[in-house]
Design a binder for this molecule. Structure first.
Ligand code: NDP
Length: 275
């Protein structure tokens, strides 16, 4: 029940109407009896700094930030956490009691939490990350912090691969697709396979003994994951990262840890209604 004391959280983005975040966050608020509500706000490109000022003026308790605002928000908040500072990108804003805004990047930590949830410890693993965009960079930064022994970045554009691999310091390398066959963990962080059955790599490079993660979550069982399973690899879908980065957001906003199973069920329901 929304009342005079209900707190507000929102996602800002453009476009934002397709976001799964309202379904995920509201399901968890409701299940935990937390008096917060979460909405999606369309914020035109270039207006993120104004949205932050509005957040302070209106006392909005928390923001999720999606494309194209993550970089602008990282530059506009009062303080940044180490991951957001390293990436120059923030996906979460907390309005602190002193009125200052704090920016965080929960994508990378959410990715690691989704691995741990599936029983995979990234420490000491050789990883091939396909892609070098925003999601790939968050994953690479988090894998390096999580102790991966080697991170090979395979990407169409070499200049973006250089920038992404550098985030991992000495364990980061720009690589060609053959690195996929040598990896313990393979991560598709490109948008290939989103809404279709396209493959981000030659699946003959994938084999038993590997774990394959696809950050694409629509469809949930992507062509890459299905092919990897047929070849004997274990697989993890992209909803785990989406859910766990949202868990971390709610912890930051409310101090309460939501139930990831409630969030995942809400996301799956929402995806089913769209397919
Ligand atoms: P970006 O646009 O920042 O990066 C896209 C990446 O995909 C780049 O590496 C790009 O290569 C590559 N790419 C796109 N099209 C092609 C193509 N036809 N051939 C080869 N490479 C291609 O996107 P994001 O990093 O933000 O998102 C990537 C994916 O991850 C999306 O599907 C997104 O939905 C998903 N995602 C999932 C999350 C989750 O929680 N599960 C969280 C965030 C994102 P190049 O550099 O050469 O352009």
């Amino acid at each position: 029940m929304i009342s005079g004391s209900t707190r507000l959280a929102a996602v800002i983005g453009s476009p934002v109407r397709h976001s799964l975040s309202p379904a995920i966050h509201n399901a968890a608020f409701e299940a935990a009896g937390v008096d917060w509500v979460y909405v999606a706000l369309e914020v035109v490109p270039g207006a993120a700094t104004a949205a932050l000022a509005a957040m302070r003026a209106l006392g909005i308790g928390g923001l999720s930030v999606t494309m194209p605002h993550k970089e602008e928000v990282a530059g506009a908040v009062d303080v940044l956490d180490p991951a957001a500072a390293a990436l120059g990108s923030a996906n979460t804003v907390v309005l602190q009691p002193d009125g200052r805004s704090a920016g965080y990047s929960t994508d990378g930590a959410g990715f690691i939490a989704s691995l741990v949830d599936a029983g995979v410890d990234p420490h000491g693993l050789a990883v091939a990350v396909i892609g070098a965009g925003g999601a790939a960079r968050a994953v690479i930064d988090a894998l390096a912090r999580g102790g991966a022994s080697r991170i090979d970045v395979v990407n169409r554009s070499a200049d973006r691969a250089d920038v992404a691999a550098a985030l991992a310091g000495p364990v980061g390398h720009v690589a060609d697709p053959a690195a996929i066959a040598r990896a313990d963990l393979v991560v598709n962080a490109t948008s290939i396979g989103m809404g279709n059955a396209d493959l981000p790599c030659d699946v003959d490079l994938v084999h038993a003994g590997q774990c394959v993660v696809d950050l694409v979550y629509h469809p949930l069982d992507t062509a890459l994951l299905a092919a990897a399973r047929r070849r004997g690899a274990r697989t993890i879908d992209g909803l785990g990262m989406l859910v766990h980065q949202a868990v971390l957001q709610q912890q930051l906003w409310t101090g309460i840890t939501p139930d990831p199973t409630v969030m995942r069920a809400a996301a799956e329901r929402e995806l089913r209604t769209r397919s």
